[in-house]
Ligand binder design. Structure first.
Ligand SMILES: Cc1cc2nc3c(=O)[nH]c(=O)nc-3n(C[C@H](O)[C@H](O)[C@H](O)COP(=O)(O)OP(=O)(O)OC[C@H]3O[C@@H](n4cnc5c(N)ncnc54)[C@H](O)[C@@H]3O)c2cc1C
Length: 506
């Protein structure tokens, strides 16, 4: 089997990986010869959207890629059960809800002050602008707001909160009021990193799909090491690709799992498999804690042909913390768009069976709603960790999160009453052990000190030369939602990697 040779291999063509590959290919050169770079972009999942991708027009496969049957059709059942985001080219961006709040001053301050890295607003501005422009982030126009959105907003303002529309990535969106998180937009009006793929392709990036990287080849040198390439499984066979630079972008769980298999990680977990030690691989898992409180109304609060999906939201800060810890987010999820019928049929408000169920279902999709509550940026000392074999996350219970979630519940209940909900879900967990709901980060976090981080401010491993991480695992502290931040890491990481490795004089 011929071994492929590249200047750079990007592992994971998901949210951050595609952006990193595209921007490095566009701006990077071989520092010695000045030639364009040979870049391989390897993803475990399939490329289902070949050919022209037009936002608002979609792709024939996109319209089929919804129910389980189409996963069978595309022979992607393994991908469907992928524990931490879909295994496909485009990654979680193909599937995400598109709710996004851009980094705020506190994020930049925390990244600099807690971790000693120069990720300032000024230094990251170009990358932020890149993602905002390419994904086309903006709040939905007022004409698209549902009645539920308007009711939520005015009740929140009455309660003294600054409620506003959440930015969401849209191009040519018809605001049909049907598309929710996890179901994708059949016309690709909802932004994905696939919009960067033509830039990668035009600059010669070779995409290798359905190729799961098993291992990064790391050779030991002193206390550290350097990379030589990767082994990946394609068509049932192990193949090798070589490069002196490897950018990992398999997601907050996928990257630590591959690094551990490669012998890079905590000594106590890797044992005799250890090649290079770093005790933070797979640790420092951060994220938000989320729950949805069901509400139901006598009258329709949403209609077909209108709806935002970005929803309305407001924040409630914890007066005990001056650094932005413990911020609550309350948002009008599912007051902003029609409820899917299969969700309505299983709703906690739905009668069990018979005519009562049928009567309920006549109008349920326009009367049901949920109010989302979450705790973001919990205090910094409380972190979870990954199982480095499976990628499963464990997170210690935390009375602080329980207290804040219960405060969030009280705010949401008061809001629901003011909006005029006839019934409010009685279910609410007493304790919240899980954390992250897809909005996870930190497992290969950046920092100036190798004792509490994996990569430096230039996204390169502290110990393994030529190894970079740019996915959601790379940023140290949870912002409000992770999707924008993951894309930002791809865009910012690419710029740093080019400046330090792939430009004249680098
Ligand atoms: C259903 C869902 C809804 C979400 N909704 C929101 C939302 O509304 N707002 C928000 O901000 N965030 C949301 N998120 C989270 C957000 O999408 C993610 O945080 C972000 O996209 C992660 O980007 P990433 O680049 O780190 O990983 P991903 O985009 O998941 O990319 C990882 C890529 O690596 C590939 N891969 C993994 N392992 C290997 C391997 N061994 N070899 C080769 N390739 C590999 C995968 O196939 C995938 O393409 C949601 C996530 C999901 C799943």
């Amino acid at each position: 089997m011929a071994v492929k040779e590249y200047d750079l291999i990007v592992v994971g063509a998901g949210t951050a990986g595609i952006i990193a590959a595209a921007r490095i290919a566009e701006a990077g050169i071989n520092p010695t010869t000045g030639d364009k770079l040979r870049i391989g972009l390897i993803d475990a999942g399939a490329q289902l959207f070949e050919g022209e991708r037009r936002a608002g027009y979609g792709h024939p496969n996109r319209r089929r890629l919804m129910p389980q049957i189409s996963w069978e059709e595309f022979e992607m059942i393994d991908s469907f059960s992928w524990g931490f985001g879909p295994k496909m080219v485009g990654g979680s961006s193909v599937w995400w809800g598109g709710h996004a709040v851009l980094p705020v001053d506190l994020d930049y301050e925390n990244w600099s002050s807690e971790m000693g890295i120069d990720w300032t607003r000024e230094n990251m501005k170009e990358a932020v602008d890149d993602v905002v422009e390419m994904y086309h982030f903006h709040a939905a126009p007022e004409e698209a707001w549902s009645k539920g959105d308007k009711l939520f907003r005015s009740a929140a303002i009455d309660m003294g909160y600054d409620a506003k529309g959440m930015p969401s990535p849209r191009k040519n969106c018809i605001f049909c009021g049907f598309i929710g998180s996890g179901h994708g937009c059949k016309y690709d009006a909802k932004g994905t990193s696939l919009w960067y793929l033509p830039i990668a392709e035009a600059n010669g990036v070779e995409l290798i799909d359905k190729a799961e990287v098993e291992q990064v080849i790391i050779e030991k040198r002193g206390a550290g090491g350097f990379v030589k390439g990767v082994y990946y499984r394609k068509d049932g066979q192990i193949q090798e690709a070589r490069a002196e630079k490897i950018v990992m972008s398999c997601g907050y769980a996928g990257t630590p799992v591959v690094l551990a298999k490669s012998g890079y990680g905590p000594r106590d977990e890797l044992g005799s498999q250890l090649i290079v030690e770093n005790n933070n691989v797979g640790r420092n898992l951060d994220g938000d804690t989320t729950y949805r409180i069901g509400v139901v109304f006598d009258e329709a609060i949403k209609e077909a042909g209108r709806g935002t999906t970005g929803s309305m939201y407001f924040l409630d800060e914890d007066p005990d913390y001056q650094d932005g810890s413990g911020v609550l987010k309350i948002w009008s999820t599912d007051l902003d768009k029609i409820t899917y019928p299969h969700t309505a049929a299983l709703s906690e408000f739905a009668p069990a069976f018979g005519h009562a169920h049928m009567d309920f279902m006549r109008t349920a999709i326009s009367r049901l709603g949920t109010i989302g509550v979450s705790v973001n940026r919990p205090p910094t000392h409380i972190k979870g960790r990954l199982n480095l074999q499976t990628g499963a996350r464990t997170y210690p219970g935390d009375p602080y999160i329980d207290r804040r979630m219960n405060e969030a519940r009280e705010i949401a209940l008061e809001l629901a009453k003011r909006i005029g909900s006839q019934e409010i879900s009685p279910r609410f967990p007493a304790t919240f052990r899980g954390r992250g709901g897809g909005h996870t980060n930190g497992t290969c976090r950046a920092g100036s000190d190798r004792r509490n981080s994996v990569i430096n401010q230039n996204f390169e491993s502290h110990e393994v030369e030529g190894l970079f991480v740019v996915d959601a695992g790379s940023y140290p502290r949870a912002g409000i939602y992770s999707g924008f931040y993951a894309a930002l890491m791809g865009a910012f990481g690419a710029r740093r990697i080019v400046a330090n490795n792939f430009s004249r004089g680098a």
